[in-house]
Design a protein around this ligand. Structure first.
Ligand code: HEC
Ligand code: HEC
Length: 256
């Protein structure tokens, strides 16, 4: 397989080592991957890197090609924009810290590389982003309506009445429902991030898709309400571990 051959080539090349200030050839996604992703996601992208056992949620297995964070419909692959968002912005609160030290060319190359690790991308063709609900304004009324939608839609069954992740069904789920009162959320903490997650669902987890179940104003009301449940907790332990493994300093370390 081409991907495997590229990996061996990258592994044999000591220049693909630690120094992130030294730019690899932009087309060489394998080298970017070996330097910046393999320690967590594994040498072959199976989610089993050296550091993988330090995380509460396993680094994604790119060979499976099952992606949680997307703008595409349930069960589908992510778009390149989705992958770019996850890679550059990172996933809030997790060890997947922003890979914003990479150049644009490196990001493009590594995205192409991880797509090649799963046969799904070639087989299924370019995924299409869904049309997300049109934004409506945030008002006292919409926040109230959002609370109603939250209860009607059964969010509370899993996430709990107040979003603390303690709903009645929580103990039965394979993956614990997120405590929505603690920001940052993995998907991002804005109403827009929340609306996207609720419309698309999170593949590979019990979080379902609510596509077309509510009209656009109701979806945004829900987004504003869920956004209002959380407060920022600052740096999580998982994120701290992520920065440490990468040997990079978290942002704002010396900011006022
Ligand atoms: C310090 C460990 C670490 C490093 C380094 C790392 N990741 Fe991750 N990554 C994770 C973890 C952990 C997750 C799963 C987070 C979760 O869902 O809670 C993840 C998730 C992801 C996702 C989200 C997939 C989805 O389900 O939508 C993408 C894409 C991704 N990583 C790409 C990369 C790429 C590309 C690199 C290298 C440039 C990289 N990661 C480097 C730990 C890491
Ligand atoms: C069947 C149980 C279930 C229901 C019902 C459910 N969720 Fe979830 N939800 C989950 C689980 C489990 C996760 C965590 C997924 C993960 O960690 O990969 C999650 C994740 C999320 C996330 C992403 C959290 C993050 O850190 O990025 C948001 C936002 C969310 N749910 C909102 C909602 C809203 C709003 C509703 C109702 C419209 C809802 N959920 C209904 C189980 C559920």
């Amino acid at each position: 397989m081409a991907a495997a051959a590229a990996l061996i080539a990258a592994a044999a090349c000591p220049a693909a080592g630690q120094d992130s200030s030294k730019r690899e050839s932009p087309s060489d996604g394998a080298a970017v991957y070996a330097s910046h992703c393999a320690i967590c996601h594994g040498p072959e992208g199976r989610g089993d890197g050296e550091a993988a056992d330090r995380f509460t949620a396993a680094p994604r297995n790119f060979v499976d090609g099952v992606y949680r964070f997307r703008s595409t419909s349930s069960g589908k692959l992510p778009t390149d924009d989705d992958l770019r968002r996850s890679v550059v912005q990172g996933l809030g609160g997790t060890a997947m810290v922003p890979q914003n030290h990479l150049s644009e060319a490196e990001v493009e190359a590594v995205i192409a590389y991880i797509k090649d690790l799963s046969p799904r991308f070639a087989k299924e063709g370019p995924p299409k982003a869904m049309k997300l609900p049109a934004r409506s304004p945030k008002t006292d009324r919409s926040l109230q309506r959002g609370r109603e939608v939250y209860l009607e839609a059964g969010c509370a069954n899993c996430h709990g009445e107040r979003g603390a992740g303690d709903g009645a069904s929580a103990p039965d789920l394979s993956i614990a429902p997120t405590n929505l009162t603690r920001h940052p959320l993995n998907v991002g903490s804005t109403a827009e991030d929340i609306v996207r997650a609720v419309v698309t669902g999170l593949n590979g987890s019990p979080m379902p898709s609510y596509h077309l179940l509510y009209d656009d104003p109701d979806m945004w009301a829900l987004g504003y309400y869920v956004e209002s449940l959380g407060t920022d907790q600052g740096m999580t332990e998982q994120a701290r571990i992520g920065w440490e493994i990468e040997g990079r300093d978290p942002p704002g370390k010396n900011d006022d």
